[in-house]
Design a protein around this ligand. Structure first.
Ligand code: RVP
Length: 486
């Protein structure tokens, strides 16, 4: 029958990168990429928009390392806006007025000492009732008083020759000012000398630590956020809050109503709009004219049961390759989302044509992911659940699967609730991922991600070849940081 003349589709384990001549030292391979038309990252990795993966803590950690966190959408709009703001403020040079701990001149030394200890700061601007800056009080100022006269007031102990600056202070000038005057903090004041913020030495140095961080034009950390396919208002609110990339979050974005709505969202926001998920050439053709990026993945996720439940799906390497064939002609970046277990899988995704990869289970076990560590049989885990699982759908977001909320709570889930091994810090997990991708680039002779896409050739692997590729005929005695037998 004609029906049975079906094309083959491949996934990660079906293929390997064919080694090629190379002068690329892995450590020097450049990982810069575009995640969407206007957003460039130093690290081509995104964290999934899932309620057990990406909230502001993890998004901050991702952006500091050069990647991008995509906030999940099981929150109401106000909370989502607050989450975006948390990321945007995280590495701000100027601490805003409302977050600055201040002292008043009549406070006793004892009081101010206790207050600074509680707030975890080692100094504070002293302001009067009109918020005018009168001085600055620090641990060094109060130490001599603590012994002899802790009933003395701040006014007596503070340094009243304060170096202040205006709001347009740049990081470099702030440092210079602090070195020159041997001070640790510079209050930022308006034209009337009223306190509007504070720059600290600690803050400036912390920014220096993350040189490769993903930052917007104002120096704030970059962040992405998921929105439902029909959530125009939420998209606009997040856009106003300064989100860099909006991700239309749908399990089947080739639904034409979803595409109509995504187009409308694109027209009403400044942020880049990534449309997904899709998995075919035809779907790509229907979105590349307006999307700033496309996200690929129909059913490859570790917690996903879409293929079992619905019978539909596309093995991920073929899906990425098909979409990339179309997207590359329109300069639309492609994100490979789901199914990546090892860094080698990510390398294969780039070879198939992806510009960036999105990971869920890989990050769910890190410290920065939501949820606490649980112990089972002496091993540590963290919760990880599909956004199409019953638990996640009860917390909202069922429209990802284009279904109404059932009145009787009888969901038809497309995901499971699970646990994933506890892993420690996001930075070290991400380091293993990027290091592995760079190794792959070395084997292919690709010094950049675009070169990885164009130079790579894939070979087909048999079942025997696959077995050969994993450790075999040995008993692993020490765990490797980047390999665990599945
Ligand atoms: P993985 O990295 O394999 O854990 O996959 C993560 C991806 O799985 C997500 O980015 C999303 O596209 C998809 N997902 C999330 N929830 C579900 C589901 O419940 N089916 N699938």
């Amino acid at each position: 029958s004609e029906k049975l003349r079906v094309p083959e589709a491949l996934t990660f384990d079906d293929v390997l990168l064919r080694p090629r001549e190379s002068r690329v030292e892995p450590d020097e391979a450049d990982l810069t990429t575009n995640v969407s038309k206007n957003v460039e990252l130093n690290v081509p990795v995104l964290s999934a928009a899932m309620d057990t993966v990406t909230e502001s803590d993890l998004a901050i950690a991702m952006a500091r390392e050069g990647g991008l966190g995509v906030l999940h959408r099981n929150t109401d709009t106000d909370e989502a806006v607050a989450e975006v703001q948390r990321v945007k403020r995280a590495d701000e040079l100027v601490i805003r007025r409302e977050d600055v701990v201040t002292a008043n001149p009549e406070q006793t030394i004892d009081e101010v000492d206790a207050m600074m200890e509680r707030a975890g700061v080692s100094g504070a601007p002293v302001v009067n009732d009109d918020d005018e800056v009168l001085g600055i009080i620090s641990g060094t100022d109060i130490r001599p008083y603590l012994e002899v006269g802790d009933e003395d007031t701040v006014e007596e102990a503070m340094t009243d020759e304060v170096i202040t600056a205006s709001e347009d202070l740049e990081a470099r000038d702030a440092l210079e000012l602090m070195y020159e005057h041997k001070i640790e903090r510079v209050p930022i004041v308006d034209a009337e000398d009223r306190l509007v913020g504070l720059v600290t030495m600690q803050g400036v140095l912390a920014r220096r630590e993350h040189e490769d961080a993903a930052r917007d034009a104002d120096g704030h950390l970059r962040v992405g956020a998921a929105v439902g396919p029909f959530e125009i208002e939420r998209a606009e609110a997040l856009d106003d809050a300064g989100v860099d990339v909006l991700f239309i979050d749908c399990a089947h974005a080739h639904n034409l109503n979803v595409i109509d709505s995504a187009r409308e969202i694109k027209e009403s926001v400044d942020a880049d709009v990534v449309v997904g998920n899709i998995g075919t050439r035809e779907a790509a053709e229907d979105v590349v004219d307006f999307a700033d990026g496309v996200k690929v993945g129909i059913g490859p996720g570790s917690i996903c049961t879409t293929r079992v439940v619905s019978g539909a799906g596309m093995p991920q390497i073929t899906a990425v390759a098909e979409v990339a064939d179309v997207a590359v002609q329109h300069d639309v970046p492609v994100i490979a989302d789901g199914g990546i277990r090892y860094s080698g899988d990510a390398a294969k995704a780039f070879a198939a044509g992806a510009d960036a990869v999105m990971l869920g289970s890989y990050f769910a076990g890190t410290d920065e992911a939501p949820g606490r560590v649980i112990t089972m049989n002496g091993k540590k885990y963290k919760q990880y659940r599909g956004m199409g699982s019953v638990g996640a759908m009860q917390s909202g977001g069922g429209d990802r699967y284009l279904k109404e909320e059932p009145e009787d709570e009888e969901y038809v889930p497309e995901g499971v609730e699970a646990a994933t091994p506890y892993k420690g810090s996001l930075a070290s997990e991400l380091h293993q991922m990027t290091g592995g991708i760079q190794s792959g680039m070395g084997y292919v002779g690709a010094s950049t991600i675009p070169e990885m896409k164009s130079r790579s050739r894939l070979v087909r692997v048999s079942a025997a070849g696959q077995t050969e590729g994993h450790p075999h005929d040995v008993m692993i005695t020490d765990e490797a940081p980047n390999y665990s037998p599945s």
